[in-house]
Design a protein around this ligand. Structure first.
Ligand code: FES
Ligand SMILES: [Fe+2]
Length: 403
């Protein structure tokens, strides 16, 4: 799982005013809420620095979220502005949590999970078609998988599985060959386009599909699959009735659990009456994929390219694996952001550093969850009998060395 990307975490209109919401991604729990002043969305670490209560179980007060345990009030930037038990005392500098940049686009709330400054952040793909309500009708949905998001992403852009997993729906067992496909690559994405021979349409679609010929005489259908790092997919099918485009984000809740959120556009049957049929078709395909992917072993994508056998039609998946190896080499894996406690009752949590950690150097010592200390513990280099002064000295040295 990778930090330093924009993640679509929720449908924007599901984040309602006046109510904090719990969201988990990359193994870290966040609280999402809308500010009272301008309705914009705040995303911050859900772990109160006082005694670890979940802020998302608290209440909103103006632009702040109030911890349900002892009522500490957190500002949108993650800093505590009120400790009710001691209203006359100053607020400790350490009374703060990480708060992440957010924006609303294409009907989703996107959260930037990382500490890169704005100009270095990878882009959000252009999904403006989602907003084209003249040419397309949209349905959307969510689907929970008990499998790793990278396995799901690879499945989503895999052309060769459709005849076998989706035979009769849009795959055709009589035509399993994958012809040579066109590839368009960018730094963050890969799109492949291929001509396929789907089976005859059934149900509603069968009524209007003009291509009712035998397989040998039916014109092929153009299909494109695109992935964007780290977890996004677009499936485009030029059906004889009109275009279909399914945008989906595979939200990694943790390594083994993924929440898929999709927006499916169709350029035909644009009335609301066909929505449930369109939704049913997407869910049927998702259930078929899930039956296979949830049982894939190993559950996580192997790191070594040679660990599984690749053939020509897997080009886009091998490119994804190569790019993810580069991200690991860049230090973008969230593994390094596991926060571990010392002592016999070892506790683990994940806190991904937010941009303020780099932007505001004066706060360097104010973060309760220290990356450096956790790394030392994980590497067995921490010494439980050290004094606080010795510990801080070591932290400072390590922090300086990692700059
Ligand atoms: S645990 Fe949040 S205020 Fe005490
Ligand atoms: Fe599939």
């Amino acid at each position: 799982m990778f930090k330093n990307f924009w993640y679509a975490v929720e449908f924007a209109d599901d984040v309602v005013a006046g109510k904090p919401m719990k969201v988990k991604l990359l193994g870290q729990q966040l609280v999402l809420y809308r500010k009272g002043s301008d309705n914009s969305v705040v995303a911050m670490s859900d772990l109160c620095v006082h005694r670890g209560a979940a802020l998302s179980d608290g209440e909103l007060k103006g632009d702040c979220v109030v911890c349900p345990y002892h009522g500490w009030e957190y500002e949108p930037d993650g800093a505590v502005s009120k400790i009710p038990a001691h209203p006359d005392k100053g607020i400790p500098r350490k009374a703060r949590v990480d708060s992440y940049p957010t924006l609303e686009k294409y009907g989703f709330v996107w959260v930037f999970m990382g500490d890169l400054p704005e100009e270095e952040r990878p882009p959000i793909p252009d999904w403006s078609l989602i907003e084209d309500t003249v040419n397309f009708r949209a349905v959307r949905g969510s689907f929970l998988w008990k499998s790793n998001y990278e396995r799901i992403l690879e499945n989503g852009v895999d052309v060769a599985h459709t005849p076998f997993v989706h035979g009769g729906v849009f795959g055709n067992r009589e035509k399993p060959e994958v012809p040579d496909y066109a590839v368009e690559e960018t730094e963050w994405s890969c799109k492949i386009s291929v001509e396929l021979h789907p089976p005859k349409s059934k149900g509603l679609w069968g009524l209007i599909n003009p291509n009712k010929q035998d397989l040998a005489n039916r014109p092929p259908v153009k299909v494109s699959n695109t992935w964007w790092l780290p977890n996004m997919i677009l499936l485009e099918i030029d059906t004889p009735m009109g275009p279909m485009k399914i945008f989906d984000v595979n939200v990694p809740i943790d390594e083994e659990t993924t929440l898929v959120k999709f927006v499916a556009l169709r350029g035909f049957f644009k009335g609301a009456w066909a929505d449930s049929d369109a939704k049913r078709r997407v869910f049927k395909v998702l259930y078929e994929d899930q039956a296979i992917v949830d049982a894939v072993r190993p559950e996580l994508l192997p790191f070594d390219l040679s660990a599984e056998l690749h053939v020509k039609s897997d080009y886009n998946a091998t490119l994804y694996r190569r790019r993810r190896q580069e991200l690991i080499d860049m230090g973008w894996s969230v593994e390094g952001n596991t926060i571990v406690g010392e002592g016999p009752a070892r506790v683990e949590a994940r806190v991904i550093p937010s941009p303020a950690r780099k932007l505001v150097p004066e706060l360097a010592s104010a973060w309760n969850f220290k990356e450096v200390r956790s790394r030392q513990i994980l590497e067995g280099r921490a010494h439980p009998d050290m004094t606080t002064a010795e510990r801080e000295e070591l932290d400072a040295e390590a922090a300086a060395a990692s700059k």
